[in-house]
Design a protein. Structure first.
Ligand SMILES: Cc1cc2nc3c(=O)[nH]c(=O)nc-3n(C[C@H](O)[C@H](O)[C@H](O)COP(=O)(O)OP(=O)(O)OC[C@H]3O[C@@H](n4cnc5c(N)ncnc54)[C@H](O)[C@@H]3O)c2cc1C
Length: 390
């Protein structure tokens, strides 16, 4: 494992750092700034930011130049993640499209799909949602019941999706749909790319415990999708879905570490302010979190090295998911323990506003669920890494 970056990569870091310093509004660097905005305000500001960043050549760092990317190395993407987090830049609004769908289209899309979808996605003109989960099919993705029936050269889609991130802002949704009547489990499924702006698609927000509605339910009632908007072969949706999900792997751990470490420092500052920094139990808790975060950092560097060397991470990505999600959750549990009962009040003292901390604390509860729950990740590690029986 080589922990140094090349001269070209360091030059990229400087270029990006300078651009970020000149373009990030000062108020964004105030902790918890984004939590003070409504869903709409936050979304629009982030969308506008993305467009500016793309115009400056700082999007699609690892994408080939022919698709509008920068043709960079995995290390450059890691530098990008690190520097954008450091500069308090917001996360992309088109995360599902950019992370999952774009590389899948580059790998198996038709020439028409490549030409029509990738550019507008990169410029955030078209926001993508992921329609995999259903009320009866979350971890068990093969249980999807949404149906697609061929009618001329269009599929007619009926069914329901749930927990759809960006449901209220989405322009298009990539879905897993049962296109072979009577088929079971992973057979007879197709990945359809559906236009959400049509009468047969209704998105309803779901209220989270934080008060926000980052996700919602999507109902399809005779929604129509041209047959050419199937990604991968018809009936091979399971294979397409597995390829798409494999793009969750990668080098983003470096950025995650940087973000979590900043939050850790903020929690330590609050512990001092609340006079809890001398408490031996609180100190032990914070020390344990720091050790966990440093393990995450070295794991992220290990993964980055693997990706740089072109190795397939395989089931190791489940270990990564477990590690970062549980380290993040432990960090926010430490916040609750260290601050004690006062952690539950958004304004425990006249000069203290803990609401931005609460937003992170609430969000941390979800990370061991989405992208594959911890229990399911542990099953994968048990069976495929350790070779234990089912
Ligand atoms: C913030 C957030 C955003 C999301 N965004 C999206 C999105 O954009 N698009 C989308 O399609 N989905 C999205 N999801 C849904 C997410 O992928 C599912 O919640 C997840 O896959 C779990 O499915 P489920 O909720 O149906 O729970 P279930 O699958 O019903 O699981 C319930 C419990 O049983 C456990 N369990 C299930 N099967 C097993 C097993 N075989 N072995 C051991 N334990 C098991 C699970 O770990 C869990 O604890 C999002 C979820 C959240 C929380």
């Amino acid at each position: 494992m080589d922990l140094t970056y090349t001269a070209e990569e360091e030059q990229f870091r400087q270029e990006l750092r300078t651009w970020l310093a000149e373009n990030i509004p000062t108020e964004w660097t105030v902790p918890g700034y984004w939590a003070t905005l409504s869903d709409e305000e936050s979304f629009e500001k982030r969308r506008e930011w993305e467009a500016r960043k793309t115009a400056a050549g700082f999007s699609g760092i690892q994408w080939p130049v022919e698709y509008g990317g920068r043709g960079g190395t995995p290390a450059m993407k890691a530098i990008y993640d690190e520097e954008t987090v450091r500069a308090h830049a917001p996360q992309t609004v088109n995360v599902l499209g950019l992370t999952f769908l774009a590389p899948t289209i580059m790998a198996i899309g038709t020439e028409e799909q490549k030409a029509e979808i990738i550019g507008p996605m990169l410029r955030n003109e078209v926001i993508w949602c992921q329609g995999f989960s259903e009320p009866g099919a979350g971890s068990d993705l093969a249980a999807v019941a949404t149906r697609g029936v061929l009618d001329g050269d269009e599929y007619v889609v009926n069914g329901q999706k749930i927990w759809t991130t960006n449901a209220m802002h989405g322009d298009k949704i990539f879905t897993i749909v049962r296109t072979e009547a009577g088929s079971e489990k992973h057979k007879g499924l197709s990945m359809l790319l559906i236009d959400m702006d049509q009468p047969g698609v209704e998105a309803r927000p779901l209220k989270q415990m934080s008060g926000a509605s980052e996700f919602g339910e999507v109902f399809f009632t005779d929604a129509r999708v041209p047959a050419k908007d199937c990604l991968g072969e018809i009936g091979q949706g399971w294979r397409t879905a597995m390829l798409l999900l494999s793009f969750e792997r990668g080098a983003s751990g470096v950025g995650q570490y940087t973000e979590f470490r900043r939050q850790y420092d903020e929690i330590v500052a609050e512990a001092k302010r609340f006079g809890r920094a001398e408490d031996p139990v609180a100190r032990q808790e914070l020390a344990r979190c720091l050790v966990e975060l440093e393990c995450l950092r070295y794991h992220a560097m290990h993964i980055l090295t693997q990706v740089e060397q072109g190795r397939d991470l395989g089931s190791e990505s489940s270990m990564t998911k477990l590690q970062w999600s549980e380290a993040f959750q432990d960090l926010w549990e430490a916040f609750e323990h260290v601050l004690g009962p006062e952690a539950t009040l958004s304004a425990p003292r006249p000069d203290v506003d803990l609401s931005p901390f609460h937003a992170q604390d609430h969000w941390s509860r979800s990370v061991t669920i989405w992208g594959g729950s911890s229990q399911v990740q542990r099953n994968i590690v048990a069976e495929r890494v350790l070779g234990l029986p089912r």
